[in-house]
Design a protein. Structure first.
Length: 258
């Protein structure tokens, strides 16, 4: 007697195996219930450092513009000598105010023409005058904000032509942005726990995390002018606070509570 399965038995077995695989695959791919939560956090930080921006400039005498107008080498040299003398005085004044040399940044010389209206001619047209402006920018890094008024006084006493403002910043930006992100994640978890408890479900594993608003720290600029500083020598400078915002989206698996 032959014990070999018949073709019909083989076909039936293959159909049963295939049916079982389809059922297992369907069960494995059945989506699990989940809870999606979005949360945002705002972190207010107080800046702990600042940068002062100032400029010095000198000009050559204005002369009538002609097709053959050229810069007067002597006038340029004299203007540059005056500028460098004032720059040296500025640096010395800041150092005497207690600022380290490494905290003072002196930019490169910038030379540019300036055009001015001259006297009116007989044909009712104005003559054009031209002069050359030589300028040097300076940046002062302040790590102790309580010394800010003293350093502003030193800049104005040195006769800066423009005080462009104060930029407030943080020594450790990463720590502040990390804290904002942590607060957003903690808020997302609290929201998820509250929603799960209210709806009578249990939170399972986290299935997805994404940033909806990456935290960014932007230095805060406070504009001012040298004239304003001179007219209010007792003014106070307060950095205030800077807000860092962070947003996240988190997903949890959920299942009914037992």
């Amino acid at each position: 007697m032959s014990l070999s399965p018949s073709p019909r038995q083989l076909l039936l077995g293959a159909v049963l195996v295939a049916t079982s695989l389809i059922a297992i695959t369907t069960l494995a791919e059945e989506p699990r219930s989940r809870l999606d939560v979005q949360a945002e956090a705002q972190l207010d930080v107080i800046p702990d450092r600042a940068t002062l921006s100032a400029r010095l400039w000198e000009r050559t005498p204005a002369i009538a513009q002609r097709d053959d107008t050229t810069n007067d080498p002597d006038a340029l040299r004299e203007a540059r000598d005056r500028l460098e003398t004032r720059a040296a005085t500025l640096l010395r004044t800041l150092e005497e105010a207690g600022l380290e040399r490494e905290a003072i940044g002196a930019g490169s010389l910038n030379v540019q023409p300036e055009y001015l209206p001259g006297e009116r001619r007989g044909d009712d047209e104005r003559e054009t005058l031209v002069r050359t402006r030589l300028e040097r920018p300076f940046r002062v890094e302040v790590e102790d904000l309580e010394r800010l008024p003293l350093l502003l006084d030193a800049l104005t006493e040195a006769g800066v032509d423009a005080l462009d403002g104060v930029t407030y910043d943080l020594a450790d930006r990463d720590a502040a942005t990390d804290e904002a992100l942590v607060q957003a994640l903690e808020r997302a978890r609290r929201k998820a726990e509250l929603m799960a408890e209210t709806l009578g479900v249990s939170l399972g594993a986290v299935t997805g995390i994404a940033e909806t608003r990456p935290p960014v720290y932007a230095p805060r600029m406070m504009a001012m002018s040298a004239d304003a500083r001179e007219s209010a020598p007792q003014a106070e400078y307060r950095p205030g606070t800077i807000t860092i915002e962070a947003g996240v989206s988190v997903s949890w698996e959920i299942e009914p509570q037992p």
